[in-house]
Structure formats: structure tokens, C-alpha cells
Design a protein around this ligand. Structure first.
Ligand code: SF4
Ligand code: SF4
Length: 357
């Protein structure tokens, strides 16, 4: 069956970033600036994405504003007809840069915070003074007339501040807050023992989010991404492999998700040689885990097969060594006990980080 066109492109413009978050979703082997795609190539990629059917582009990284041509890239994406969302740590933003981005057609900004206050935020992000710069950036984003979403990645070392993070989102004028528990691959997997929350922490956080949603209805929308390690069924990662999204890495690899390069033995095409259309419809890598035909037992024939699409391939590989295995987040997986064991190990582990570098 011919796949539906993708809805969105994740453009990882660079791996450069002043911060060093221990849960960063970038690969542990980072791409250097000399290997990054140039402005003209990204502009072509945006046009190809729009022609393929994408409605929006997430301009991400690393830190996308570390690129000196970021306003040109926003203009190219906007001119192609894409809704443009900038995903930023905010520490490189100032008023002139935001004005240039707004004039170039930027539609929306997602600003990350590492905690509710400076001591925790700067420690987790590994960047002194970063939290204060983010507060300034939030004000400038609102003054530039841009809608603001606050992104808070939560884990064992900041979940106690969740009520204060929600208050911060309200104080900064964010219309939306994304509370996302860490997903464990790449740097986060290396730091899993320091980050995994306990069941009690998770349940308290879920109750806080539900109460805040009710209390601030009409003023703040709160998205909540729960951790797989306490789940009984997996999430539909990326809406299913090669079904809704595609990503392009800083060096130009065309990927079904931003972590897909963690799976060995996959030959992903590159925008230097292949169009997004050819990759989406013709690449064996995109076809490999698309749909349900690849699924092993117990996914084959499962009533949830076309709801969660067997979960996350990167997580399946990270935990079992087999990207074609059922995601261990599913209680029906023969590997499900690995998650409970990791939670138990984390509960007695030291809390130190291995920072991204
Ligand atoms: S997670 Fe942290 S280190 Fe990684 S790109 Fe985002 S702000 Fe930078
Ligand atoms: S067996 Fe597979 S399809 Fe069924 S719930 Fe578990 S992961 Fe989803």
C-alpha cells in the first residue's frame, strides 16, 4: 500500500549547542559544523518537504539559533509554505535576532527550561547563567508577538519542582506547556540511573498536571508525555515509523525519527543525493518498520498493532539489541521486566550526570 504523505519535517539544523543536557536527544557522536548542510541545501529541503505534503517544519538542533543563517532558513521555510516552529534553548536570542526571525516569517517558538529556577536549571543544563537568559528570551519572544510554548523535560532531579515549572509557564505568558518525561536513548540512556523517576514521583506528577490543567483551562494548555519505563503499553512513537514524520540530520541524513541513527545496519539516504520524496516512498530504510508486516509476535494480530505500531524501534534496539523486537515498554514483551529492573537500579543509584559533550 502506498504510504500517506508526511505531516511534518524535523530539521536538525546543527548539533552545536551551548548547553550540555544529560538527556539530550542528539546522538552521542555529534556532527561537527563543517559537515552541516548549507543554506541553499536546507532551502531546497524545505521546498521538497512542502511539495511532499508536509505542513510544518520544526527547526531544531542542537541549538538552531547557533546557525548564523537562521533567519534565512526561516524565510526559506516560510516562503515554501511551511508553518515554522523554532525549538530553542533561548540562550543565544536577543531582541534584534528575534525581530529578524519574526520578519522572516517565524510562526511559533518552543523554549526549553531545565528547571523552575536558576540553581537547578544551570546545573542540569550544564551552562552557568543559562536560566536567567531563558527568562529574558521568553519576554523577548512575547514582545516580538510570537506565540510561546515552554518545553520542560522532567526526571527524578526536577520533578519536585513541577508546580513551580507550571507557575513559571504562566508567569512567562506561555500559551502551552509541554511536560515531557525523558525518553531513554543516546545521552539519556547513558544517564538513565540518574534520571529515572520512581513510581511515586510519576503518580504525584500526573496528579499535579491534571489539577493544573483544570485550574488553568483557557489560559494554559499542558501537554504531558509519560515515561515508558512505568508503562504497560508503548506510545505510538512518531505516530509509527515512516507514517507521519521525517527528520533530516545536520549532515543531511533523511530519517524516520531523529534517533534512528542509533540503530546499526540501516542505510539512510542523504539529501545530498536523494530527494525527500524518493526517500519517503522508495527508501528501504523507511519501509523497514512501516505498517505491521514487519512485526514479531506478540504484536502480529494484536488489536493495538495499528494504534501503537509496536512502539519505539530505537528503544527496542537500545534495550534488547534487536530493533525488530516488540518495544519492552509493552507488558506483553518478553523483555518487559528490563524496565522494572532499571527503575529499581535507579532508585539506589548515585545522582551524578554524564554531560553531553
Ligand atoms: S537538550 Fe540541551 S544540550 Fe541538547 S540541544 Fe537541547 S538544550 Fe542543547
Ligand atoms: S503486543 Fe505489540 S501491538 Fe500489542 S500492545 Fe504490545 S507493542 Fe502494541
Amino acid at each position: 500500500m502506498t504510504p500517506e504523505p508526511p505531516l511534518a519535517l524535523l530539521a536538525e539544523l546543527t548539533h552545536r549547542c551551548p548547553l550540555r543536557c544529560p538527556y539530550c536527544s542528539n546522538p552521542t557522536a555529534l556532527t561537527g559544523s563543517s559537515d552541516e548542510l548549507d543554506t541553499a541545501t536546507w532551502s531546497r529541503v524545505f521546498a521538497e518537504a512542502a511539495a511532499l505534503g508536509c505542513l510544518q517544519v520544526h527547526l531544531s538542533g542542537g541549538e538552531p539559533t547557533a546557525r548564523r543563517d537562521i533567519a534565512d532558513l526561516v524565510r526559506a521555510a516560510s516562503s515554501a509554505g511551511l508553518y515554522t516552529n523554532l525549538i530553542t534553548a533561548g540562550v543565544l536570542l536577543d531582541a534584534p535576532k528575534l525581530a529578524a526571525l519574526a520578519a522572516a516569517g517565524l510562526d511559533h517558538v518552543q523554549l526549553s527550561v531545565q528547571d523552575a529556577e536558576a540553581v537547578g536549571g544551570d546545573r542540569i543544563g550544564g551552562f552557568a547563567g543559562g536560566h536567567a537568559k531563558k527568562l529574558v528570551a521568553a519576554r523577548l519572544i512575547r514582545e516580538a508577538g510570537l506565540p510561546l510554548t515552554l518545553n520542560a523535560v522532567v526526571h527524578r532531579q526536577n520533578l519536585g519542582n513541577l508546580p513551580a515549572i507550571i507557575e513559571l509557564a504562566l508567569a512567562l505568558g506561555a500559551g502551552r506547556l509541554e511536560v515531557a518525561h525523558v525518553q531513554y536513548y543516546g545521552w539519556a540512556l547513558a544517564n538513565r540511573a540518574a534520571l529515572l523517576p520512581t513510581r511515586a514521583q510519576l503518580e504525584a506528577a500526573t496528579a499535579i498536571v491534571e489539577a493544573a490543567r483544570a485550574a488553568h483551562r483557557g489560559r494554559l494548555v499542558i501537554d504531558y508525555v509519560v515515561p515508558d519505563y512505568h508503562a504497560q503499553r508503548p506510545k505510538a512513537c512518531m505516530g509509527g515509523w515512516g507514517r507521519r514524520f521525517l527528520a533530516v540530520s545536520p549532515a543531511g541524513r533523511i530519517l524516520p525519527c531523529h534517533a534512528a541513527e542509533t540503530i546499526p545496519g540501516m542505510a539512510y539516504p542523504t539529501v545530498r543525493e536523494t530527494s525527500l520524496r524518493e526517500a519517503w516512498y522508495g527508501s528501504p530504510a523507511f519501509a523497514r518498520f512501516r505498517g505491521t508486516g514487519w512485526m514479531p509476535a506478540p504484536c502480529q494480530g494484536c488489536e493495538r498493532a495499528e494504534q501503537d505500531w509496536g512502539g519505539c524501534r530505537c528503544q527496542a534496539f537500545a534495550l534488547t539489541g534487536d530493533a525488530g523486537a516488540t518495544d519492552p515498554a509493552c507488558a506483553l514483551s518478553p523483555h518487559h521486566t528490563l524496565l522494572a529492573e532499571a527503575v529499581a537500579d535507579a532508585a539506589v543509584a548515585e545522582a551524578g550526570f554524564t554531560y553531553r559533550q
